[in-house]
Design a protein around this ligand. Structure first.
Ligand SMILES: Nc1ncnc2c1ncn2[C@@H]1O[C@H](COP(=O)(O)OP(=O)(O)O)[C@@H](O)[C@H]1O
Ligand SMILES: [Mg+2]
Length: 326
């Protein structure tokens, strides 16, 4: 359970309201390949992690960091926590679409199961939670849900946003537009509560959050900093070895490590250094299983590193043009 103080206020701003969030399962992706011969999905690896049954985190919502296409990130102070090792501050990413954030949460879980990933090339993730605004209003003595103003606000959706892969393709075995195969042979995605979830059915009552380690500014495109771009290529290569394809590698999704981060736990054994950058925003990602039968998939994953520094990365090429060409 997570409590966020100051998540909403009374209409006149005089009373701050706290919101309760409960931990939820992440939304598994179907297995993805650019080859038709897909191996059976390794079910243990693919299932969402079990939900911890106890534990409580108490946060106070701070300033908005940035709005993106799928969510908006806020800083929050940790007031109390039953788990050890919580930092004094975290980032809370509020979903624009809960199903999308549930999918992103699954990628953070997958990274936490791999070596050399969580806290090394991507932020540490402290969980995925869901809350209902009506409940918070009732618990604070309000008569109706409309009695308070929800603090997190999103930027208007951009018409130039690239399409989400899973909305396009993840229910299909084969997507001819992109020449990609998706497979849910074990039904792990189909069985998820998120599979049929539609935010529009909910009147905006549900709020989903992902709690992440605080990182710094994103890459200052279109500046060319060879040393930084080299480091970013390395983290993208580390990601590639997990079979995860990010599909949105660009400056705004690569953020700086903070000087205060723990150097011991963030050491990359592959590159024998602490990387200066982290990859975020896995809402478009897909995951492949490398086998001897699909060498093309490993190559496609590794090729992601070549995208670092290209026009799309620098933000000078429209995303949809890039995706169709890829
Ligand atoms: N853990 C974090 N630390 C620091 N800044 C972050 C963090 N997560 C997100 N941000 C900031 O918020 C922006 C939007 O977050 P992102 O996860 O990319 O959402 P979207 O899917 O909406 O693009 C990022 O470009 C980055 O500037
Ligand atoms: Mg982003």
């Amino acid at each position: 359970m997570t409590t966020i103080h100051g998540i909403a206020s009374s209409k006149d701003g005089s009373t701050l309201i706290s919101g309760q969030f409960t931990r939820r399962e992440a939304f598994p992706a179907p297995m993805h390949s650019s080859c038709l011969r897909l191996a059976p999905t390794p079910v243990d690896q693919w299932r969402p992690l079990p939900i911890p049954t106890d534990g409580h985190l108490e946060l106070t919502l701070g300033d908005r960091i940035h709005g993106g296409t799928s969510g908006t990130a806020y800083l929050a102070d940790v007031v109390s926590s039953t788990s050890t090792g919580m930092p004094p501050r975290v980032v809370v990413k509020f979903a624009r679409q809960c199903r999308t954030l549930a999918r992103e949460a699954w990628f953070y879980e997958q990274l936490s199961r791999e070596s050399n990933c969580e806290g090394v090339i991507a932020p540490k993730c402290y969980g995925f939670f869901v809350g209902w605004r009506k409940d918070w209003d009732a618990s604070q003595g309000g008569d109706q849900c409309s009695d308070f103003v929800f603090k997190p606000t999103h930027n208007a959706p951009s018409s130039e946003s690239p399409p989400l892969w899973y909305d396009l393709a993840d229910d299909e075995l084969f997507n001819p537009d992109f020449w990609l195969y998706f497979c849910d042979d074990a039904g792990i995605k189909r069985e998820s509560e998120w599979n049929t979830f539609n935010d529009d059915d909910d009147d905006g009552d549900i709020a989903a959050i992902l709690i992440l380690e605080v990182l710094g500014d994103f890459y200052p495109a279109p500046m060319i900093d060879e040393e930084a771009l080299g480091d970013i290529k390395e983290i993208v290569t580390d990601l590639a070895y997990t079979g995860i394809r990010h599909y949105d590698i660009r400056h705004a999704n690569v953020v700086r490590r903070l000087e205060s981060s723990d150097k011991e736990t963030s050491f990359c054994y592959r590159h024998q250094k602490v990387h200066d950058w982290r990859i975020i925003d896995f809402d478009r990602a897909t995951r492949t299983l490398f086998t001897k039968k699909n060498p093309r998939d490993m190559q496609a994953c590794l090729d992601q590193a070549n995208l670092v520094g290209n026009e799309y990365f620098m933000g000078t090429l429209k995303p949809w043009v890039y995706n169709v060409q890829y």
